[in-house]
Ligand binder design. Structure first.
Ligand code: TYD
Ligand code: MG
Length: 466
């Protein structure tokens, strides 16, 4: 195949230039020219040459609605996130920072699907087949029948794909593959986009599920997964603090299911293990009776999980007070500090504040507000929360405690693990029935929540002046 010449097109105005320019000659934007193959988008039949065509338009009413056909990935937590399994012909992007465990998950997936009697092609562009084999030896399952290929040219890969007729193709990673249609280096925007388009077309025409592994950096802005999001059917984000063993898998886009569910894994010596009871894992190392800790039931999709939020308030040294947050949005904590200060009379201006969600997970929902505020106040006042207390509720700028979704599930999960006193928004407290032996503590605002906290340690004087 003759190497096709590339053009450079401006992403702002679409103007084309024969070579790369720093500034678009037409609209004057800087750094907007990206390489594109001559002749526009990819030809779907190029790679597999199956000769199938899409057919003409049909009236919407005549479109047959069928259940999306799926096959299970045989990894429980992954199936949960996907909404039941892999969809033939669909493209899935598995994105995450280097080292989080993408290759491990991809290889486990390949082994499981292969073990269920389907043909799998695993393309390792980053590692040699020997390295993949060494890794596979650590993992559960027998991946012996997986077809492994260390090839980075998409065109060559297409030939192997045609031959192996896989049900699942894994490309690890999309940043390492390249096509002749584009001249720039692997990993560049043009290469990544073009290769993904070619591979996606091949998946559609062959009916194989395609998993593209993609690296993102901390900023998430790298030429890679971001430019692919619109092109794929499912985007899975694999996250986790590398210093912890917990990994979470979320669908940030899912054409075939919800984007609400989260999968929880633990990285062990023998691969990733699904975690059925995340709450127990997150609370395993909790020390009761320490001021500055609060248990928070959060909801991930339909699954309630208990997390421990820890806060440490210390007198600030010179200059501006430090605020450091791990596992929670800085802006949200700043808001809560301001509300605590202005609405509940907790003086925090001259204090350093550290907030940490244990276990290396991230909380993103406002339902954790009350728990975070209580943890901060508990540390500032040096009053611990009772060992069996948990809190959930959103906090408004007026200091009011607002309702959050599915309080019943949260309260039940808390009760299951022995947290029998749950502070919650007043409005839901009235209508909700407490689980056996549990006590619901409805609070209208932060002031009342703090009054409750003070009443728990009657003999102890809150630390006021430092
Ligand atoms: P890897 O899947 O290579 O990450 P990625 O493809 O996202 O860059 O795995 C990264 C880490 O996981 C690596 O530091 C080693 C560790 N690991 C385990 O702890 N247990 C295992 O069984 C395996 C295979 C890897
Ligand atoms: Mg890898």
């Amino acid at each position: 195949m003759a190497r096709s010449r590339s053009v450079y097109a401006c992403t702002e105005c679409g103007a084309q230039a024969p070579r790369w320019l720093g500034r678009c000659p037409s609209c004057g934007s800087w750094s907007t020219l990206v390489e594109e193959p001559v002749g526009g988008g990819p030809a779907p039949e190029d790679l597999l040459d199956s000769g199938r065509s899409g057919g003409g338009p049909v009236r919407l009413a005549e479109v047959r609605s069928e259940e999306t056909p799926r096959f299970p990935s045989c990894i429980g937590e992954l199936d949960r996130v996907l909404g039941g399994g892999l969809v033939p012909g669909a493209v899935l992007l598995l994105a995450g920072e280097p080292g989080v465990g993408k290759s491990t998950l991809a290889l486990q997936l390949a082994a499981e699907v292969c073990g269920a009697g389907r043909s799998v092609l695993y393309v390792c562009g980053e590692e040699s087949p020997e390295q993949v084999r060494l890794r596979a030896a650590r993992l559960p399952g027998d991946p012996g029948d997986v077809w492994v290929m260390a090839e980075t040219r998409v065109e060559v890969l297409g030939a192997a794909w045609r031959e192996a007729r896989p049900s699942l193709v894994v490309i690890d990673s999309i940043q390492t593959v390249r096509t002749e249609r584009v001249e720039s280096a692997p990993g560049s925007v043009a290469q990544v986009r073009e290769c993904a388009a070619l591979l996606a077309a091949a998946a559609k025409s062959s009916g194989a599920a395609l998993v593209l592994v993609g690296h993102v950096t901390k900023e998430g802005a790298i030429a890679g997964p971001r430019v692919l999001e619109h092109l794929v059917d499912v985007v899975l984000t694999f996250e986790g603090d590398r210093t912890h063993s917990v990994r979470t898998l979320r669908a940030t886009k899912n054409r075939f299911g919800s984007t609400q569910e989260v999968g929880v894994f633990e990285m062990s010596g023998s691969g990733l293990e699904g975690v059925d009871n995340p709450s127990e894992l997150f609370l395993a190392e909790r020390r009761p009776g320490v001021p500055g800790s609060c248990i928070v039931p959060v909801l991930e999709g339909t699954r309630p999980m208990l997390l421990e939020v820890q806060a440490l308030v210390a007198p600030a040294g010179y200059g501006t007070a430090r605020r450091t947050c791990l596992g929670i949005d800085d802006g949200r904590v700043a808001l809560l500090l301001a509300v605590l200060d202005r609405r509940a009379g907790i003086d925090l201006l001259s204090c350093d504040v550290y907030v940490n969600v244990t276990g290396g997970v991230r909380v993103a929902e406002p339902g954790a507000d009350l728990g975070v505020a209580l943890a901060i106040a508990s540390s500032r006042l040096d009053l611990p929360l009772p060992d069996d207390a948990a809190a959930c509720g959103e906090i408004g700028l007026g200091g009011e405690v607002r309702r959050v979704g599915r309080i019943d599930l949260r309260v039940r999960e808390a009760a299951r693990l022995g947290f029998r006193r749950v502070l919650l928004p007043e409005r839901v407290g009235a209508s909700l029935e407490a689980p056996p032996a549990s006590e619901l503590v409805p609070v209208a605002d932060l002031t009342r929540a703090l009054a409750w906290l003070r009443a728990q340690s009657p003999g102890r004087r809150p630390a006021k002046d430092r």
